[in-house]
Design a binder for this molecule. Sequence first.
Ligand code: HPA
Length: 292
Amino acid sequence: METLDLLRALDQARDFIVKQPGFVAPKVGVVLGSGLGAWADSLKNAKPFPYADIPNMPRSAVVGHAGNLVLGEGPGGVAVACLQGRVHAYEGHEPSKVVFGARLLARLGCHAVLLTNAAGGLRRSFSPGDLMLISDHLNLMGRNPLVGPNIDELGPRFPDMTEAYSHAVRQLAKAAARAANVELTEGIYAGLLGPTYETPAEIEMCRRLGADAVGMSTVPEVIALRHMGVPVGAVSCITNLAAGMTGHKLDHSEVEHTARAARDRFVALLSGWVEGVGRAGESLVGQKGLGG
Ligand code: HPA
């Protein structure tokens, strides 16, 4: 998509949402991964907008990923905008489409965006259902949503990725986990294109590269949001041990089943996190653990 077309497409989508009766500008954006979609239904005064109704918004074909942007009041009265379902690069969407929803959250005025996903665990100490705060990522998807002419209105040509996952937002996740009595470890997420699960050799490669978890999402959205200067946090639900680590094969239904089983803990963490991030508000935007 041409630069101007993309900006126009984003603004059309934003204007559609902003012009809805009773629109309240969201403070925190949330991208809900596998098994967490129902969190958006718990919002007060929830207003769901099916992706099909939002101009230019791509739709996911993955079963279990409802496609709605939901505005509402989250824990602590924080105004949130949720993406209930995301599109993935493996569905064949152009990278700019994959990150359209994340960019829309930023254009709607979110001061920070929290992302969730399902991932395979590489640490031998992981058990299915564990939650992992992403400290950094490896982009092994072979693509980057910023390839092409830079859209100067969105951000710089060469965005810094030293602190892709905001230190301050991560501290708030740890505080929320402690308050909810939920165990939360921290680690590095490797994003792969999929849709095949990895081979055991690829998992060994990822481990040697320093990854703690692997998945097929999140990395493009984080890149697009950092380009726009939006602080980001992300948590993976480790739904399975990665390929070759157990005696059995991987199966999407197992991923879904574990994500559902972990939902209550994930929801408790997410709710406290959203409240904390909402309270911190705009102060997060300028906060950089490493300066710059
Ligand atoms: N690999 C890639 N993506 C995943 C996995 C996995 O093992 N589990 C959940 N999403």
